[in-house]
Design a protein around this ligand. Structure first.
Ligand code: SIN
Length: 176
């Protein structure tokens, strides 16, 4: 890894739909956060009249999140982040964190997190209410069900036993 490298940690749709060029990707872990379907999506997985629910990260001591770290060279990074800032514009902010690369070292990385209180924050909804919304919502990027099921599959491959995501997956599959 050269000093010009820039890493991005993806933990949601960025895991299974990166939509950008990169030099390499590696499974990685971010500690101190948990994934939560608490972000309204009115531009990707829902509409303004029926916003879907997508994931953000909430700080939680002792928790950890598996994801994919993507490495860019410095020349790629600027254009990539302009595009990602647009894609993640509904409440997400780019933050700097420290991640653990599988079979490797610690690395500084960027991650898109939608903080509590942002304009799209759905707050602490019950899983059954989140699942009911996911079952109904569709947006320009596809159905909210597809977002959830693809994320759950990707997390299984990464060995992330995320109880919140898998409870929602079970609820949605049972209702279909
Ligand atoms: C991410 O995947 O890293 C951000 C959240 C999302 O776009 O689903």
């Amino acid at each position: 890894m050269d000093e010009q490298s820039v890493w991005l940690f993806g933990y949601g749709s960025v895991i299974y739909r990166p939509s950008f060029e990169f030099v390499e990707s590696r499974p990685a872990t971010l500690r101190g956060f948990a994934r939560r379907f608490s972000q309204r999506s009115d531009d990707h997985r829902g509409t303004p009249s029926l916003p879907g629910r997508v994931v953000t990260l909430v700080a939680r001591e002792g928790a950890s999140v598996r994801g994919i770290a993507y490495r860019f060279d410095a020349a790629q990074a600027e254009a990539t982040f302009v595009a990602l800032d647009h894609r993640e514009r509904a409440g997400y902010e780019r933050s700097a964190v420290e991640i653990e690369l599988d079979h490797g070292a610690l690395a500084s990385a960027y991650v898109y997190i939608a903080p509590r209180g942002n304009a799209w924050d759905a707050g602490d909804e019950r899983d059954e209410d989140i699942a009911a919304t996911i079952l109904r919502a569709h947006g320009p990027s596809g159905s909210n069900v597809e977002y959830l099921l693809r994320l759950a599959d990707a997390l299984r491959s990464l060995g992330d036993r995320d109880p919140h995501v898998f409870a929602l997956e079970a609820a949605v599959l049972a209702a279909r």
